[in-house]
Design a protein around this ligand. Structure first.
Ligand SMILES: [Zn+2]
Length: 324
């Protein structure tokens, strides 16, 4: 199966040799870093209630409102594990909203599948205007497969009311475009557990392939990254400089170029500036601003904030000694 839409930089097609992934999104040609690949509006979105699941009926009702072609593309998406599918099937049969039972909506035989697909694919975000936690269904973007060293970064952009997907490194001709479904700074066992429990698959990316040299080195580096990341949330200590520097080194080696790295450059910049080293502070805020721009794009609120910081750091650095 392949699907091309207009002048897109990507093509949706089958993943060669894969038995349980199926379809993915591939670059048509080489693409530079920091390019916008997709800005997607939700096909529908639903509020995520605190400590409760989104009612299955609400999900099914939204599905029924989609156009027929969108419904077809929706049903072709991956629906988690079979055990979950059976559970959702049972749940939707029992559920009632305003006295209405799911059978009154028609097509109830696929209701469990519709709900399972939603939980397996929806993107969580917070609507800043209302502060509400939401789950948005993006049918086309659901075709991005997972990698533990993804080449795209994605984020909800309130300004655009869209989720943007941007390249975080240079992409080769026909390379698969991937995102991460889980936090990346985790050891392999923790990653495979989350991926299997939440999404029902086993990752076979280069970082997860422990039969390769890269995979074995990666396992060790991610374990270190997970431990250092936990250190980082504890109160400021003298070892913070070393922690941040080691993390940046490990992230580079791992090929993780998203905001995980930008965030640490920003922290390091603060540490240097606090210690009076304006030159190093300026350098690291420059890295952070550059990474943020590539990951989020100019209209995301984080970017102007960092540009402001960059201007201040520049002024600080070029300040003449008599102005001190
Ligand atoms: Zn992996």
């Amino acid at each position: 199966m392949s699907h091309q839409s207009g002048d897109e930089q990507y093509i949706i097609r089958g993943v060669q040799g894969a038995t349980d992934i199926g379809v993915g999104i591939f670059a048509r040609d080489g693409i530079a870093r920091g390019r916008l690949i997709m800005a997607a509006t939700s096909d529908f979105s639903l509020e995520q209630p605190d400590r409760r699941n989104i009612p299955s009926m609400s999900i099914f009702m939204q599905y029924l409102r989609l156009e027929e072609t969108a419904q077809e593309r929706y049903l072709a998406l991956c629906a988690a594990k079979n055990a979950d599918l059976e559970r959702y099937n049972r749940e939707v049969q029992d559920e009632k909203i305003d006295g209405k039972h799911i059978s009154s909506l028609g097509q109830q035989s696929i209701a469990g599948k519709v709900v399972a697909i939603f939980h397996n694919n929806a993107f969580g975000y917070r609507d800043t205007a209302t502060g509400r936690k939401m789950q948005g269904m993006l049918i086309e973007a659901s075709r991005f497969n997972h990698s533990c060293t993804p080449n795209l970064s994605h984020t909800w952009n309130d300004e655009l009311q869209k989720r943007t997907f941007r390249t975080i490194r240079e992409i080769q001709d026909d390379e698969e475009l991937t995102i991460s479904y889980i936090p990346l700074l985790q050891r392999p066992e923790a990653r495979s557990q989350s991926l299997f429990e939440q999404f029902g698959f086993t990752c076979n990316c280069n970082a997860c392939d422990e039969s390769s040299k890269f995979g074995r080195l990666s396992a060790d580096r991610r374990t270190q990254l997970e431990d250092l990341d936990l250190d980082r949330v504890s109160p400021v200590s003298d070892s913070w400089f070393d922690t941040c520097k080691t993390m940046i080194y490990l992230l580079e080696e791992e090929g993780i170029h998203g905001w995980e790295k930008g965030e640490i450059h920003e922290q390091l910049a603060d540490l240097y500036q606090h210690g009076g080293d304006d030159k190093s502070g300026h350098e690291h805020i420059q890295f952070a601003a550059n990474i943020a721009y590539g990951c989020f794009g100019a209209t995301h609120p984080i970017v102007p904030g960092l540009q402001q910081k960059l201007l201040l750091a520049q002024a600080q650095r070029t300040r003449a000694p008599w102005e001190e």
